[in-house]
Design a binder for this molecule. Structure first.
Ligand code: MN
Length: 227
């Protein structure tokens, strides 16, 4: 059996300290998971159930460059910690969820905020705002076997040397285990799934030439230039 055209390559991420790569299955992203960010987006951060959207696996990008996308004039940064799953299943309990996590990384959930705003107003899906080409710049992953499971620590984004986003992982409204529990009640999670765990306050528009440096304590630094 052949294919009618060459199949696309398996999307994968480097893993720090090894030549082996992490093969990516799906990319889940949680919305409004830091209270200050929920407020800046005009929402009450009371603990309503979490909600998720997806990016496409091939939106991931480790090149260090973010090409300003077409069809938007308001592209926002959102710095996030990434949890990468090595095991999955359905109806995973929070107390067992960390056994599914291979490791962690740092990503930007780049967002065409103008298109997302139109979609929100019209009650339409968010893909046009979220799931565009190269919309998820990402670092290599670090294995939890090396660093454990970060539940607190600084998360920040500098743009052109100025601190623009700042928070702490202990401010996550829904923790990583709780996100896995909730997601696995909706989807069958699989090895290779990534979860972008939410962004702290300070989202704003980027422009060509911006140098973004994303940081989560204990994880690789994310360096991305908007081109
Ligand atoms: Mn986000």
């Amino acid at each position: 059996m052949g294919y009618v055209f060459d199949p696309p390559p398996q999307v994968s991420l480097p893993v720090v300290g090894t030549d082996d790569r992490f093969p990516v299955h799906r990319v889940y992203c949680v919305g409004r998971n830091y209270a200050e960010h929920a407020r800046e987006m005009g929402h009450d951060p009371d603990r309503e159930p979490p909600f998720f959207f997806q990016k496409n696996p091939d939106n991931l990008d480790t090149s260090g460059e973010f090409p300003y996308p077409m069809a938007s004039e308001d592209v926002h940064w959102e710095i996030e910690m990434v949890a990468a799953l090595k095991a999955g299943g359905t109806h995973i309990k929070a107390e067992n969820a960390l056994e599914c996590v291979f490791g962690y990384g740092v990503a930007l959930d780049m967002t065409r905020r103008d298109l997302q705003g139109v979609a929100k107003k019209a009650g339409r899906p968010w893909e046009v705002g979220k799931a565009f080409e190269r919309s998820a710049p990402c670092t290599p992953l670090v294995a939890a076997a090396e660093i454990g499971h970060p539940a607190e620590g600084a998360i920040w984004l500098d743009v052109n040397g100025e601190r623009r986003q700042e928070g702490n992982l202990n401010q996550l409204i829904w923790s990583v285990p709780e996100q896995i529990e909730y997601l696995s009640s909706l989807f069958e999670l699989r090895p290779g799934d990534l979860i972008l765990t939410g962004t702290p306050a300070g989202v704003s528009a980027c422009k060509r030439g911006d140098k973004m440096v994303g940081h989560v304590d204990g994880l690789p630094e994310l360096n991305v230039t908007v081109v």
